[in-house]
Design a protein around this ligand. Structure first.
Ligand code: FE
Length: 356
């Protein structure tokens, strides 16, 4: 009797000890979690993107995760310089930009760190991810030809190269060569045709310009509608934004314009990406990765397409109606990193041919 009571007591004590332990353990875990949450309840985003759709997505991320998104906007090169200057003291967790050339530059300067997750690998095809996992693409944009429907028949159009022919003299509109979209466009031609041919193209476009480059992509569309030139080279989503603008003048402009995807029989239409990379000295790298996963999930990807007329990188996402109406098209088949690698050469060529 005594013996069994003793055993029972020991058993009871063991159970109590185990309970005590487990309680302690779980409360420890809770404390650590809370501390972690307090420390890491934010993500600091340095972004050069300038589209309204982004703010809505960050808000949604905040609501879903409780992680605050602090947004610092600036020109891509300025942000790169800033992250460099701030060094290990930087607040930047995620660098987001609208051109793969600048992602490449940030990587080359050692400002980014490799991140990967099964979710990212699933949501973003390899083609749109850096080979060292330093950045991932978020959206695709095509640099297309937009023409005045009253003055140009689509049958007259074929390639970027054909715009250098004499028939287009004084009719071509395109923005300054200081712009990254043009630098990446020319960088793609360097990859496909070599430097000589790329230079001939740039020279040919300068010869055929309707005016000295001024304004952004939208301004080229407006100039086509105003009759300053007949054809513009611009990014797809600007046309989508104009067609759906609150400003009736912009809608009127966009409705006068036709969309043409060049080089369909040859090398494909030039495509660039918006993308982002986690900053090397990030203090909230886990949150930055979470934001990347969020921005590439089906819902966010559909929002980019629906609200900003960009093409999703996530292959599971259906295209928005307007993009569908423009039809499928053949893209340039080159590694995106070459756009960054060739960007210095492109800038040199622009200077040589006098493309302002
Ligand atoms: Fe843009």
């Amino acid at each position: 009797m005594k013996k069994s009571f003793g055993l029972l007591l020991i058993a009871l004590l063991l159970v109590l000890a185990a309970c005590g332990n487990s309680t302690k353990q779980s409360s420890d875990t809770t404390t650590t979690k809370n501390e972690k949450n307090n420390e890491k309840s934010e993500v600091n985003l340095y972004t050069s993107r300038h589209y309204d759709v982004d703010d809505g997505l960050y808000k949604k991320f905040e609501d879903e995760t409780g992680i605050k998104v602090n947004v610092i906007k600036g020109e891509a090169d300025e942000l790169i310089e800033r992250i460099k200057r701030e060094g290990s003291a930087t607040k930047a967790d995620l660098f987001l930009t609208a051109d793969v050339g600048r992602l490449y530059r940030a990587k080359e300067q050692g400002l980014l760190q490799a991140v990967s997750s099964d979710i990212l690998s699933k949501q973003v095809p390899e083609k749109f991810r850096d080979s060292d996992n330093m950045w991932v693409g978020l959206t695709k944009r095509a640099r297309i030809l937009v023409y005045n429907k009253d003055k140009v028949e689509p049958e007259e159009l074929s390639t970027y190269e054909a715009l250098t022919e004499d028939v287009w003299k004084g009719r071509v509109l395109i923005r300054s060569s200081e712009n990254v979209y043009n630098q990446s466009l020319l960088a793609s031609f360097i990859n496909i045709d070599g430097e000589e041919k790329a230079k001939e193209w740039a020279q040919g476009i300068v010869n055929n310009m309707a005016r000295s480059p001024e304004g952004g992509d939208r301004d080229q569309a407006k100039a086509v509608a105003a009759g300053i030139g007949d054809i513009a080279i611009m990014n797809t989503y600007y046309l989508g934004q104009m067609l759906n603008s609150q400003d009736p003048e912009e809608v009127k402009v966009a409705e006068q314009l036709g969309v043409f995807f060049p080089n369909q029989e040859t090398t494909g239409t030039h495509v660039n990406i918006s993308g982002a990379g986690v900053v090397k000295n990030s203090k909230n790298a886990d949150n930055a990765l979470k934001l990347l996963e969020f921005l590439t999930d089906e819902e966010a990807q559909y929002t980019f397409a629906e609200a900003n007329y960009e093409y999703p990188v996530n292959p599971d996402v259906e295209q928005a109606e307007l993009l569908k109406s423009w039809g499928d098209f053949k893209e340039q088949d080159i590694p995106l990193t070459t756009l960054g690698e060739n960007s210095a050469k492109a800038i040199m060529i622009f200077n040589e041919v006098g493309w302002k």
